[in-house]
Design a protein around this ligand. Sequence first.
Ligand SMILES: Nc1ncnc2c1ncn2[C@@H]1O[C@H](COP(=O)(O)OP(=O)(O)OP(=O)(O)O)[C@@H](O)[C@H]1O
Ligand SMILES: [Mg+2]
Length: 393
Amino acid sequence: MSSARGTANHVELYPGDTNEPVVTASLAGAGQDVAREAKLDVPPQESLAPTKLKIEGLSKAYGDFQALHPLDLDIREGELLTLLGPSGSGKTTLLQLIAGLVKPSTGKLLMDDIDQTALPANQRDVGVVFQNYALFPHLTVSENVAFPLRMRGEPRAQTLERVKEVLEMVGMGHLGDRFPDALSGGQQQRVALARCMIYRPSLILMDESLSALDRKLRETMQMEIRRLHRETGATIVFVTHDQEEALALSDRICLMNGGRIEQVGRPEEIYEHPESVFAANFIGVSNLFAGKTTDRGVMETVFGSLPLPESIAGGIEGTLVVRPEHIALNGDDRYLEGEVVERVYAGAETRLLIQVAPELVVTARQAAGASMLEIGSRVGLGWAAENARFLTR
Ligand SMILES: Nc1ncnc2c1ncn2[C@@H]1O[C@H](COP(=O)(O)OP(=O)(O)OP(=O)(O)O)[C@@H](O)[C@H]1O
Ligand SMILES: [Mg+2]
């Protein structure tokens, strides 16, 4: 698993190239193995892997503004963790702290059990790819990729060999002589990854590095990053504000909100067991019903009483979350009634929007082939009580 794990022990910071250290990562050629690479076949091994990066009470204030509140996070060896959250939630700040590009206000950071807090960026075994992957315009693809090794005075023959190898890995072997301005965005992205991979850091940080790509290319690159991740055994921290990307890529997601960690877990854990309304809303589509529990084991809402998923004491205010796929239409249990106001066809399923009250639209799903409910039809809504989640924050 760790065949390409490096002996390298520093971040490359390019002179005159602000915030653009390099990462080591190896991308395999596009295409054929994509299906095999789907993340579902990755065994959950997080309990076995040792901690790669331990973050303790790390925070960052800019003047009076707390960009990141003190937080703890363990990132495991070989895991692909995404930092997911809305704009301004502190994702880049956390990445910069890990890379050593920004000094923390409090807390510490251990990598392989060694305190790195005071270690300068260029002495950390960390590679970074930022959103603007700033290739050197006056250097060819090969020269760009060779740059980190040239800076370190590696022998020329070895460098050429390694450049060839990493360019093959990212499916760019035939474009080594091109200049960056003659490449598409996706190709530039691959070069940036190759340039980062070439010196094999054991921790790779990627900040929104696919966000400039179109959907198709982005999906291909996601698969390639997963493969790279597996082939090199590197630990990857990947920043995105796109929940679909996070779901597709991650072993675990660290959901961020307002400079704090909202929830950390495997994608399906967060999807199925959101711990807050924010998490329920940010990942996937949620139907939310606000109300108060009663002594009778139900929740009173302005739309009527709804069953609770478990026994909860009376008098607690909270929100019931029901995912669209759990909403049964005209089934045995009917807690709400509404009118179909919109049907959105999405291939394997059709999404139905059902107006229950002026301020409440419920989203449900109908599988392809089910007899379709027309716009304007009245429909009863229910769900198995245990499929809902009761949240108090
Ligand atoms: N150098 C700085 N000085 C002052 N405030 C800063 C600085 N860098 C970041 N911030 C603030 O810290 C907060 C977190 O910023 P950060 O860049 O980490 O967010 P982000 O989650 O990466 O957002 P985005 O998705 O937009 O990239 C923001 O409110 C930002 O304005
Ligand atoms: Mg950012």
